[in-house]
Design a protein around this ligand. Structure first.
Ligand code: SAM
Length: 310
């Protein structure tokens, strides 16, 4: 059945709707979804993984697709409408997993997927403010209805709070310096755009810091995105909840894109296994193949961890 899904993947590559799903084959093989089973896709995005999973689940199967981003949900809804199985679309933060699954009467899912972070569909839209490569407003909200954006944080938090966000969520060594430059700049005028934020970081960093493989402002952008969306907190909460909604033998697959997320997944899996609730399937995280990274460079930092409910 995974072969059927891989054929679906080949077809999807020809009509990529704005995001290429990462480590598709590894995800499908490790989830081992049964025909007629129920998958909870906690990060539905554009429904790429879900579409391929639908081919495995068959028409008696079911998918509960959760995403905070209403635009992405709409794309996924149209895409999955072509599938014969039942799909429910939930515009919510996955930290509310328990409430969502109780509402849909799902107590024993056959698999769960977390493909963390943002999709290319979100990153490549300048209006969303996620990308340092494009001019746009300082938004960075995954949920367009969320109460505060990067603009609110950057223009209203204290220097100490900004510095702490940069240190903890960006692992930025020069967090104090960047925070000071931000506060000085916003004393003159509000900081409104991605390009202003990028320029301030460039001004704050000494010359030797600019000779890195990644853009010097990458960590700053990561830090504010994580803070705006409270990403790490959501992940911890959801991983605490998920095990109670999996049938024995069902698997959970988590794809993370940076070490802060991966560390949380690793620790939560270890804790669940120490409690005897879980066995860890991937002792070390799986990585995308060289071929996949060549094909889709955004997959390069993906790490997949898989666990199984006992
Ligand atoms: C990498 S994309 C998923 C792509 C998807 N697997 C696909 O194949 O199209 C991650 C998605 O997760 C969503 N997301 C991230 N954190 C979330 C959270 N706490 N609750 C709900 N959705 C979240 C983002 O809005 C984004 O659409």
């Amino acid at each position: 059945m995974v072969d059927v899904a891989i054929n679906t993947l080949a077809h999807m590559k020809n009509e990529n709707p704005g995001h290429t799903p990462v480590m598709m084959q590894e995800v499908l093989e490790s989830l081992r979804l049964p025909r007629g089973g129920c998958l909870v896709d906690c990060t539905l995005g554009l429904g790429g993984h879900a579409e391929a999973a639908a081919a495995v689940l068959g028409e008696q199967g079911r998918i509960i697709g959760i995403d905070r981003d209403s635009d992405s949900l709409e794309v996924a809804r149209q895409r999955l409408a072509k599938q014969p199985l039942r799909c429910d679309f939930v515009h919510e933060d996955f930290r509310k997993l328990d409430v969502i699954l109780e509402q849909f009467n799902v107590s024993c899912a056959d698999g769960m997927l977390f493909d963390l972070g943002i999709s290319s569909f979100q990153l490549d839209n300048p209006e969303r403010g996620f990308s340092l490569m494009a001019e746009g407003p300082l938004d960075m909200r995954m949920d367009q209805e969320a109460a505060f954006s990067a603009y609110d944080l950057i223009n209203s938090l204290s220097e100490k709070e900004l510095s702490s966000i940069l240190k903890v969520y960006g692992e930025e060594r020069l967090h104090n310096r960047i925070a000071r430059f931000l506060v000085e700049e916003r004393g003159r005028h509000p900081i409104e755009s991605t390009s202003e934020l990028k320029e301030i970081v460039l001004k704050a960093l000494p010359h030797r810091y600019k000779r890195q493989k990644i853009h010097p402002a990458t960590r700053t952008f990561q830090a504010f995105r994580i803070a705006v969306n409270r990403e790490l907190e959501s992940l911890e909460i959801a991983l605490d909840k998920c095990v109670g909604f999996l049938r024995p033998g069902a698997r959970i697959a988590v794809i993370s894109f940076h070490s802060l997320e991966d560390r949380i997944v690793k620790h939560k899996f270890r804790m669940l296994s120490q409690k005897g609730l879980f066995s860890i399937v991937t002792k070390k995280p799986s990585r995308p193949s060289e071929e996949e990274v060549l094909d889709n460079p955004r997959a390069r930092s993906a790490r997949l961890r898989v666990g199984e409910r006992k």
